[in-house]
Write a protein that binds this ligand. Sequence first.
Ligand SMILES: C[C@](O)(CO)[C@H](O)COP(=O)(O)OP(=O)(O)OC[C@H]1O[C@@H](n2ccc(N)nc2=O)[C@H](O)[C@@H]1O
Ligand SMILES: Nc1ncnc2c1ncn2[C@@H]1O[C@H](COP(=O)(O)OP(=O)(O)OP(=O)(O)O)[C@@H](O)[C@H]1O
Length: 315
Amino acid sequence: MPSRTGGDNAYGHDGRRSPAMVSVDCPAKTNLTLEVGPSHAKWGGRHELDTIYCALDLTDTVTACEKPAGSGFSLDLAGEHLGDLASSSSDMRRNHAVLALFAMAEEAGREPDVALTIDKRIPVGAGLAGGSADAAATILALNALWELDWPLDRLRKVAATLGADMPFCVAGGYARGTGYGEVITPILPGSDEERALRDAGYAGAVLVGAYQAQLSTPEVYAAFDAVGAGEGDRNHLQQAAISLHPRSGRAVEEALAAGASHAFVSGSGPSVVAFTPTPAIRHDVLAAWERSKAVDRIIAAQAPAVPTVSVTVAR
Ligand SMILES: C[C@](O)(CO)[C@H](O)COP(=O)(O)OP(=O)(O)OC[C@H]1O[C@@H](n2ccc(N)nc2=O)[C@H](O)[C@@H]1O
Ligand SMILES: Nc1ncnc2c1ncn2[C@@H]1O[C@H](COP(=O)(O)OP(=O)(O)OP(=O)(O)O)[C@@H](O)[C@H]1O
C-alpha cells in the first residue's frame, strides 16, 4: 500500500484545508519471474503473463498542483538522464503522466487543469517501468489533490486502461501479475509467500546496471516471439533482450560470477538487476561492472519499496 505523510487531519473533511500540492515518490519495478504465454487479439496483441513484480526504491517524484479553471495542463520534466523524453520531438501529450491525468479527469468528471512536474531518476526505456511509475504517481497524486479518496481497486482499474505494468506500480511492494500483467494479487508483508521471497534472497540491497541505450518493449516481445525463452531463464524476455542488447548478458554473467544471489535482465531490458546479499558481494559486483564497463551507470537501491504520497495543504 502507498504510505502517506501530511497527517490524516490535513484535509478531506468539512472545516479542513484542501490540498494545494501533492508529491508522490513512485518506485521502479522489476520482475523476479516473468513467464510469457501466447498473445491475444482481445488484448491488442499483448501476451499472457504470470509474473512476480517487485518494486525498487529507485523513484521518480511526480508533483501535482491545481491550476486556474480552464487553463489546461502543464508538464515540466527534470533529470540528468531523460533518454528520448529530452528530444524536442517528444510529445508531452503522449507522456504517461499526462495520459494518466486525462484518464483520471475523465473518470472523475473534472477538467485536467493541473500542473505536473516529474523529477526523473528511473532510467527511461530501461525495463524498469519508469513511464508506468510516473502514471501511477499521477493517479495517486490526483486521488489526493482532488480529494477523491478512491480505493486501490478503482485506481488500478484506471491504471489498467493505460498499460500492463501500471496497476502494479500504484501500490508497489511484491505482487503476482496475471492476465497481460494488469491483474494484481498482492503478496502482503508477513505472508508465507513474502517470507519465501525474502528467504530466497529477493530482498534488500540491489545494484541496477543501467544503459544509455533504450529497448522498445514491443520490439522485445517481437524478438521473444522469434527466439523464445532461454533454457532455465526465470525472465522469459531475457534471451530476447540480450539478442538486441548483448551487453546486458555480459553484465548478468559478471554479477553472478561476483557472487550476486540473483542477477537478471529487468523485464524487457536492457537494465540488469543484481541482488547483493552482503557488502563484500556488493563491492565485488560493483568492481566487476566498473572494470569491464559492461554497464554505463550503476544505481544502488533496496527491494521491495512502496510509493509515498506527501500532501501540502493550502495556507
Ligand atoms: C515487460 C513488462 O514490463 C513486464 O512487466 C511488461 O509486460 C510491459 O508492460 P508495459 O510497458 O506497461 O506494456 P504496455 O504499455 O501495456 O504494452 C506495450 C507493448 O508491449 C507488448 N506487451 C505488453 C504486455 C504484454 N503482456 N504483452 C505484450 O506483448 C505489446 O507489444 C504492447 O503493445
Ligand atoms: N513519463 C515517462 N517516463 C518514461 N518514459 C515515458 C514517459 N512517458 C512516455 N514515455 C515513453 O515510454 C517509452 C518507455 O519508457 P519506460 O521508461 O516506461 O520504459 P520501460 O521501463 O522499458 O517500460 P516497461 O518496463 O514498462 O515496458 C519511452 O520510449 C518513452 O518515450
